[in-house]
Design a protein around this ligand. Structure first.
Ligand code: SF4
Length: 77
């Protein structure tokens, strides 16, 4: 297992390099968050947690996953 964790304020992003198929979907679609030239290459402050979560859903290999640290789904105020 080679899971890396990138922790932000509202979202935690996991990356499993062994699963990555290098499709480039993440870096092309959201370069302000996923930038392979930077260390760490995932900038969890580069977009809102909602945007990052939605983009991670597009990763074709399942290498990227996430956990929401805010409880945005339940609150209604
Ligand atoms: S979208 Fe997923 S499979 Fe494609 S490069 Fe990014 S992490 Fe790898």
């Amino acid at each position: 297992m080679s899971n890396k964790v990138y922790r932000g304020e509202k979202i935690e992003v996991y990356f499993d390099a062994e699963k990555c198929s290098h499709s480039g979907v993440c870096v092309k679609g959201m370069p302000q968050v996923f930038d392979l030239k930077k260390r760490p290459w995932v900038n969890t402050d580069g977009a809102s947690a909602d945007e990052i979560a939605a983009h991670i859903e597009k990763c074709p290999s399942g290498a990227l996953s996430y956990k929401r640290l805010d409880s945005s789904s339940s609150s209604s105020h």
